[in-house]
Design a protein around this ligand. Sequence first.
Ligand code: IPE
Ligand code: IPE
Ligand code: MG
Length: 258
Amino acid sequence: MFSRLRDKNLRVQTPEEPLVTERVPRHVAIIMDGNGRWAKAHGMPRNEGHRQGKENLRRIVEACVEFGVQILTIYAFSTENWNRPPAEIGALMTILELVLDQEVEKLHKNGVQVRHIGTLEGVAPRLQEKIRLACDYTRNNTRLILNVAFNYGGRDEIVRAVRHIIEDGVPAQEVMEALINRYLFTGDLPDPDLIIRTSGELRVSNFLIWQGAYSEYYVTPTYWPDFDKDELRKALIAYSMRKRRFGRTDEQIESSES
Ligand code: IPE
Ligand code: IPE
Ligand code: MG
């Protein structure tokens, strides 16, 4: 159950109140995990879990807009998810297509800019086209960037970046962190401040392995279809109480704040 939580200034918050915290993460990334286990727990087929996950995504996007998150990156399909049974892969593709058919207009009206990270290689041409159209249609929106990691793998992303750097003939002495950043799918976006994983697994599963070097992690046992607005609020409050040191000492942080 949602317990009363306190932010840094010890203001007590309840689920009914608007989010009160002085530090909302600018970039939140979510590993949306646990659809299959949610379905099993409800005596349903795995694909029903994925459908419920799709419904939940809409709610969480809306909550992020409301809470003032600027960038939401969601892990929708990994390069390793091709290892799943073909019928499940087919269902996941169909669900993404449904999202694109049914949600893009609403996302557009809400000021959401849709982006894709990952590759479209091996993806059905019709789905590729819908992804491109959604990104193009919403490209001038500024309220929330919804970055969809689809057919995405962190190692694949780094391999592709290295290839492009070599193809561009970049001299070795110019290869620096900032340059590598620019060659990643996330390009101009800041690193995620907070990475949430639902369903309790304590691993990164090839998600944002470069960009997440200094992200705060938050893992909840809640399965993705049940991860609602109050669960998100809990994660954001937990983040607001973390101390990000970036290698420094507490004393250094205190003196830079005063
Ligand atoms: C996350 O739920 C959805 C995708 C990976 C596409 P899972 O399908 O991984 O659910 P579990 O982990 O088997 O419960
Ligand atoms: C990670 O979840 C990928 C997505 C959420 C899309 P998985 O369920 O595929 O991860 P593993 O295989 O358990 O590590
Ligand atoms: Mg899983």
